[in-house]
Design a protein around this ligand. Structure first.
Ligand SMILES: [Fe+2]
Ligand SMILES: [Fe+2]
Length: 151
């Protein structure tokens, strides 16, 4: 099942998630892309984190990671989380945990931008790994099951 693209079709705004055809950055996503771009961004973040863990902190990679995750978390908070919340009777566990973890990630990224630190990179890598696993194993499958037209 493919989920219709919530992040763009909901508002008909243009976005920069790279969901269009090659060379059409900023175009509307393909209609059936769903939240797949979030998983692709997870993979991009994993690559950057693996590089930081393997080679130690460098400012360029930290900036790339911070930019990517800042946009990614904002996207989730503006699109994925409201969509999931709209189908829950109360604001229950997983969503609250995800949002609290975003706050922690933002704090760590801000600290790393000021002062790159190997131990903090390792801590962030562990937290992000756990966070992405929750999203990919719980939140995103839940969102996909809610897709209209699939019932
Ligand atoms: Fe997240
Ligand atoms: Fe995510």
């Amino acid at each position: 099942m493919r989920l219709r693209n919530r992040c763009c079709n909901a508002t008909q705004r243009r976005c920069n998630h790279g969901g269009g055809s090659p060379g059409t950055a900023g175009a509307l996503h393909d209609f059936d892309m769903g939240f797949g771009h979030l998983v692709r961004e997870h993979q991009q973040a994993r690559v950057l984190l693996a590089s930081l863990v393997a080679h130690g902190p460098d400012e360029t990679t930290i900036e790339s990671l911070a930019d990517l995750l800042t946009r990614h978390m904002a996207d989730e908070e503006e699109n994925l989380i409201p969509f999931v919340r709209g189908h829950l009777p109360t604001d229950t566990g997983p969503v609250s945990v995800i949002l609290a973890e975003h706050d922690t990630h933002r704090e760590i990224l801000a600290t790393l931008r000021r002062a790159p630190d190997r131990a903090l990179i390792h801590r962030l890598a562990g937290l992000i790994s756990s966070h992405f696993a929750k999203e990919e194993e719980v939140i995103l499958p839940f969102a996909e099951r809610l897709a209209p037209g699939d019932a």
